[in-house]
Write a protein that binds this ligand. Structure first.
Ligand code: SR1
Ligand code: MG
Length: 404
């Protein structure tokens, strides 16, 4: 059957009525297009009592149009990655009700009562428990998809099932190419132009980024979400900020530090945004400190949980024991800091910025926050291997950020 884009509300309704029993043939269904991402179309279908989400992948990038074609295999990958995450950490993703290869669409649970983590951070909402839970989820993903746990053949099958060339190419370009040169896709705030030009000439920086890019392209360590920014994380304020992670269409088997790095970067992008955001300076400063405390908590939770899983479930005799786990976690931290610096760079100079900083209306004030992003990125990319633990890094970030 050939692919057909949903072009009317009735198309979406017919699709959910054919493939689920959620609405029991209710005649009063409403369809709302709620997609605010760059790539796909997302619909909420609602009968007043129940609701669900339909996500459809078109053969091109939504925000660019047919000029940037994109394989629809990404929706198969997303459905598979959601099911895999559910197996690793039950309840950590929206339930998938149906995946339809012909329509390139997924029907899944509506988590509309959850709050987007990026919006919560921008609103300076305290998020008790979230950093700890994210540490648990990352530890489980890292462990259960790594060589510590999987047999050789299971690992190779996973690599094969998550080959994701189109989406990896986007990441290779928007993380590791565009923001390190004067690329036409870049979006540089005019007052930042001189700093950007210096960035593109910094050979020490580009050598460190080259090492990270080689890891991204060649190191098949663990199953990654592939786009784990705070807009992909949702928290439930009515259930102790329980976390759900969405949108793993960029999933592939890659370097272990990538997801952690992207997440760390998005905490730090918010921290830099707070420096010039509207509102009481003392409240903003307290929130920045809380973000750094959360990063320490995240790392502590990740390492404790990873160590415990490794001690209990590693079969391979060469991978057993604390020394190898210590070495693996040390490399994870170093790599993640480098990737965090790259994510901060691309969100500052590249095509896709973040609201944490973009919400600063005055372009000079925004450039000051963006300068802070680049200063932190520079520190992380060039000096990642010199940091012995997350508290050392958060202290260095505090020293760099809190005096301005
Ligand atoms: C072309 S824009 C690409 C970005 O949008 C998605 O949200 C991902 O973050 C990706 O890097
Ligand atoms: Mg996304």
């Amino acid at each position: 059957m050939s692919f057909k884009q949903f072009s009317t509300d009735q198309d979406v309704i017919d699709f959910v009525q054919t493939h689920t029993a959620v609405f029991n043939n209710s005649p009063d269904l409403t369809v709302t297009e709620i997609g605010d991402g760059n790539i796909n179309f997302v619909y909420r279908v609602d009968d007043g009592n129940n609701s669900l989400i339909v996500k459809q992948a078109l053969p091109y990038i939504r925000v660019i149009g047919e000029a940037w074609p994109l394989s629809q295999d990404r929706i198969r990958i997303e459905a598979k990655a959601l099911k895999q995450s559910e197996a690793f950490s039950p309840g950590s993703v929206p339930e998938v009700y149906h995946y339809d290869a012909a329509s390139c669409a997924i029907i899944m649970a509506d988590i509309g009562h959850y709050q987007n983590m990026r919006e919560a951070l921008i609103g300076r909402r305290p998020l008790p428990g979230v950093a700890e839970e994210l540490g648990v989820l990352l530890a489980r993903n890292l462990f259960y998809s790594s060589d510590f746990y999987l047999s050789s053949s299971a690992k190779k099958t996973m690599v094969q099932e998550f080959i994701n060339p189109d989406l990896c190419q986007i990441s290779e370009e928007v993380y590791f190419w565009d923001p390190f040169c004067d690329h036409e896709r870049n979006n540089v705030n005019p007052p930042l132009a001189t700093r950007a030009a210096q960035w593109w000439q910094d050979d020490e920086l580009k050598q460190a980024v080259a090492r990270l890019k080689m890891k991204f392209q060649n190191q098949s360590q663990v199953l990654l979400h592939g786009d784990l920014h705070t807009g992909s994380v949702f928290v439930d304020p009515s259930a102790e900020n329980k976390v759900k992670v969405i949108d793993p269409e960029f999933a592939f088997v890659g370097p272990a530090g990538f997801d952690l790095g992207v997440l760390v970067a998005n905490y730090l992008l918010n921290l830099a945004g707070q420096a010039r955001a509207a509102g009481d300076p003392a409240e903003r400063h307290a929130y920045q400190q809380a973000l750094l405390t959360d990063l320490n908590t995240l790392w502590q939770s990740l390492t404790e949980n990873f160590r415990s899983l490794a001690a209990d479930h590693t079969q391979d005799p060469c991978l057993q024991g604390e020394a190898i786990v210590d070495a693996w976690l040390a490399e994870l931290l170093t790599d993640s800091l480098g990737f965090a610096g790259v994510e901060m760079t691309r969100r500052t100079l590249g095509v896709a910025h973040v609201a944490d900083v973009e919400q600063i209306e005055d372009e000079v004030a925004r450039a000051e926050a963006q300068t802070m992003c680049l200063d932190i990125a520079d520190l992380l990319i060039k000096h990642a291997s010199q940091f012995s633990g997350m508290p050392v890094i958060t202290a260095a970030v505090a020293e760099l950020s809190f005096c301005r």
